[in-house]
Design a protein around this ligand. Structure first.
Ligand code: F6R
Length: 614
């Protein structure tokens, strides 16, 4: 979603701002803009389109200014037009903003009564005009006060009047050489460089310049000048992601690179955590507290959105079977507005790649406020969700740039698998640590099995391309293959924009079978698991109605290959690792089809990588 970059220092600001915006493109946006401060006036450029367009129209600009703020906007209030793009100017100030001002229309009405006129439909312009309104009032009231104190006071008063979660950067003509800002529920990261200070909404824009950063604390107003960052409660930390981890490495897209990174990131996520033998515990960062937490746990809620929610759904099968714990899963945007039962022994786990998803964060805060134990499975170590959760079981997928989540999902499932298995051991279930569903040996060989599947990537990609003219694509599976079918359908719709739906195979005859005719393709997940025979019956029902069946099953399964029109065999695997393996062909089918349709693989339309608004 929206991205922010700001720079003040000895270097020319514009190239740094544009480079930062490019690095934030993966978050998803539809317009962009920047404001430079020349010492007397602002130079503002905005574009209803990509950052490149901004660079074109600014050819003779930005040669000398050392101070500036920039923004990529993902439209919420008002269409993605130039007028609605940030920065927004109000009198003496310019502002960029991430997040949402919920009470913007009441404030707008109030300001209009004072004569304010608005050119855009955005909540951001309302915020800018509110600050300017207070700045003017304060200046008239205390004309001798220094302009910096006046801006600080205007920000403080405005903050007390707006409702919502936001991050802003602001420059004022009355205080040259400085950027003011607030982080109030939308992240901002700052770094002190040799030649100045760089601030952004995401570490990706900072990492190429410096790896020591500070996540600005919530609710504090800060000031940045070329020499320092002035803010209370700052803690700098080193980031272990390097700039080369955010390059494509010769792949056509970040998504394809990330699909191929899965054996490696799954190995990294397990590294140092696997037990030394089948009776020993898995190794977590906070071993003792982990044991106390899970020995006393009575109910587990797993909460997430989108792909991360599909990881939660899959994990429900693991937790119920291996840990014998009541496990409920929910979509964060529903959970946060329900009345969930929080009793002693309730544990709430939130799953998020970005660690910034607004609804997931709200669900976590609800649980924290209720006083129950919370944990997160996050890919971004210093994200808000990681920081606010009681325990962390981090994934080690590295930066995921493609909007369609792939390696984060398989890493989440790997951690969830290990966790459920370990909790079962802790609670005295499956004492031997070995069972037919999954042993730590099966987990350890997962990277190898993933590698084998990826060797067939061309087959999946080419098959995906053949689906490009389909009216609708359906995905079905039973048991753990049901959430994987949902994930297959989600990958397909977000990358190809074609209608696609996922179902539990047993639900087919309760409605969805009405879709089936000879023009409909249906991907059936049919591994040789305990539900195999039932899935094959469903396959027969689809065949009887003329549906085109693509079956993804187990290598050497002649029965399924006879019933299906097309058959892909995957290596035989333990029940617990099967979902992690089976999602790979689905990611590549979606990729192949999207490529054949000429879609933007890394930045599908209308989507954002980090969904920081509800
Ligand atoms: C789909 C996708 C989204 C995210 C969802 C949650 O490919 O990426 O559905 O999974 O927006 O995001 P996180 O995991 O960052 O909380």
């Amino acid at each position: 979603m929206c991205g922010i970059v700001g720079y003040v220092g000895q270097k020319t600001a514009l190239p740094i701002l544009l480079d930062g915006l490019k690095r934030l493109e993966y978050r998803g946006y539809d317009s962009a803009g920047f404001a430079l401060f020349s010492g007397s006036n602002f130079l503002i450029k905005r574009n209803a389109g990509p950052v490149e367009g901004l660079a074109d129209i600014s050819e003779d600009l930005g040669k000398t200014e050392h101070l500036g703020i920039a923004h990529t906007r993902w439209a919420t209030h008002g269409a993605p037009t130039e007028i609605n793009a940030h920065p927004h100017r109000a009198g003496e100030i310019v502002l960029v903003h991430n997040g949402i001002i919920e009470n913007y229309s009441q404030i707008k009405e109030r300001l209009m009564k004072h004569g304010a006129q608005f050119s855009s439909q955005t909540d951001t312009e309302v915020f800018a005009q509110l600050i300017e309104h207070h700045r003017k009032l304060l200046t008239n009231k205390t004309p001798k006060e220094n302009p910096e104190s006046i801006i600080l006071a205007a920000l403080k008063t405005s903050m007390s009047e707006v409702e919502g979660h936001y991050a802003i950067l602001l420059m004022s003509q009355t205080v040259p050489g400085k950027i003011f800002g607030i982080q109030n529920g939308a992240p901002l990261v700052v770094s002190k460089l040799k030649d100045g200070c760089l601030i952004a909404s995401d570490i990706q824009a900072i990492i190429p310049y410096h790896n020591e950063v500070c996540f600005l604390p919530q609710g504090e107003i800060f000031i940045i000048d070329s020499g320092d960052i002035h803010c209370k409660n700052m803690h700098f930390e080193k980031i272990d992601w390097s700039a080369d981890k955010v390059e494509k490495d010769g792949f056509e897209s970040f998504m394809l690179k990330e699909v191929f990174q899965q054996p490696l990131v799954v190995a990294d996520s397990l590294s140092g955590r696997l037990p030394i033998d089948s009776k020993a515990p898995f190794i977590w960062d906070h071993q003792k507290s982990h044991e106390v937490l899970w020995k006393n746990a009575k109910r587990l809620y797993l909460i997430a959105c989108g792909t991360s929610f599909h990881a939660a759904m899959t994990a429900k099968y693991f937790f119920e079977r291996w840990a014998k714990i009541d496990c409920q899963v929910d979509i964060a945007s529903e959970f946060r507005y329900r009345d969930p039962i929080f009793e002693p022994g309730t544990v709430v786990g939130v799953i998020s790649q970005s660690g910034e998803t607004a609804d997931t964060l709200a669900a976590l805060r609800l649980a924290n406020a209720a006083g129950v134990s919370t944990f997160s499975i996050c890919n971004v170590k210093n994200s808000t969700i990681s920081r606010e959760s009681g325990f962390q079981y981090p994934t080690k997928a590295g930066p995921e740039i493609g909007v369609a989540s792939t390696k984060a999902f398989t890493s989440q499932l790997t951690i969830l698998c290990a966790l459920a298995l370990d909790i079962g051991r802790l609670r005295g279930i499956n004492q031997s640590g070995e069972n037919s569903d999954l042993s730590f040996h099966a987990l350890a060989r997962l990277p190898h099995d993933l590698d084998r599947i990826l060797k067939q990537s061309e087959i999946f990609i080419n098959m995906g391309a053949t689906l490009k003219d389909q009216r609708i694509i359906l995905f079905v599976g039973r048991g753990t293959m049901y959430p994987i079918a949902l994930e297959g359908a989600l990958k397909f719709k977000e990358l190809t924009y074609l209608p696609s739906e996922g179902f539990a195979a047993g639900e087919l005859k309760h409605g969805p079978i009405a879709y089936i005719d000879k023009d409909v393709s249906i991907v059936v997940l049919a591994p040789k698991d305990e539900w195999y025979a039932k899935t094959i019956s469903n396959l027969e029902e689809i065949r009887a109605r003329g549906g085109h069946i693509i079956a993804i099953g187990t290598e050497g399964d002649t029965e399924t290959s006879k019933v299906a029109n097309e058959f892909i065999g995957l290596p035989e695997a333990a029940w617990g690792t099967q979902p992690i393996l089976s999602v790979i062909p689905l990611q590549l089918l979606a990729y192949g089809c999207a490529k054949a349709l000429g879609r933007n693989i890394d930045k599908p339309r209308n989507l954002a990588k980090s969904v920081t608004v509800e």
